[in-house]
Design a protein around this ligand. Structure first.
Ligand code: C5P
Length: 219
């Protein structure tokens, strides 16, 4: 939409899980469906933004109108985000795997008698932190997500400071909330002004509200 409040703006949105291979046939993943990231991206498109949508192997397809960049691992996601810069807005909704194998064998790990393989892992790059701490070419607004299971606001407030992002959208993904993989979300938006808890609502509506706040902040 050429007449939307975000017309002429470029947004990068990361979404979905990442898959970190153990060997050619196995991987480590997480339960992210990619629904919230897709909802944010769709809402940004609706407000006129050009959206680079960097997605891991998600359960939901990329929304219409985005430029979808499909990746598998955290390091591929990092490279795709860097390649998509510069941007005015960056929203990191992906559930990036924290670790990957130090080395992945060429062949399938064999089930040997009397033992389980030790997984020698290393930390993945923190894409949000890296982009939020850019000295040159930092997007004007960097938004992170925080999936917590306890002390949601305190944890997310600390995370906002640590990661250097402008806003954190925190949600409680503890068991029984049905949020991971579900249609609804219950979020607290943490900005420089402090925490603001929203009513439980559909992920699509969370996306629209966040996009509206982004447009307001950049106007
Ligand atoms: O530290 P934690 O994973 O809880 O932080 C969540 C936020 O950081 C999310 O916005 C997520 O997309 C982002 N993140 C990232 N790269 C990582 C880990 C998390 O961009 N390696």
């Amino acid at each position: 939409r050429a007449d939307g409040p975000l017309a002429g703006r470029h947004a990068i949105v990361t979404s979905g899980p990442t898959h970190e291979p153990l060997d050619p046939v196995r991987y480590i993943a997480n339960r992210s469906s990619g629904a919230q990231g897709a909802a944010v991206a769709a809402a940004l498109v609706a407000l006129g933004a050009r959206v680079s949508f960097v997605t891991g192997p998600a359960a939901v397809p990329p929304p219409e109108g985005v430029e979808a960049i499909r990746v598998e691992t955290a390091r591929q996601m990092q490279a795709a985000v860097q390649a998509a810069l510069p941007a005015d807005i960056a929203v990191f909704a992906a559930a990036v795997a924290d670790w990957r194998m130090r080395e992945t064998p060429r062949g399938k790990i064999k089930k040997t008698s009397g033992g389980v393989p030790a997984l020698d892992m290393v930390e993945n790059p923190d894409i949000l932190s890296e982009i939020a701490h850019l000295r040159d070419g930092r997007p004007a607004l960097v938004v992170g997500f925080a999936a917590e299971t306890e002390d949601v606001v305190a944890q997310a407030t600390a995370k906002r400071a640590r990661k250097g992002c402008d806003w954190i959208l925190a949600n409680d993904v503890s068991e029984g909330t049905g949020i991971m993989g579900g249609a609804d979300n219950a979020v607290t938006l943490i900005t420089e002004a402090g925490p603001e808890t929203w009513d439980r609502m559909a992920k699509d509506e969370v996306g629209r509200r966040l996009a509206a706040r982004i447009a307001e902040a950049l106007s």
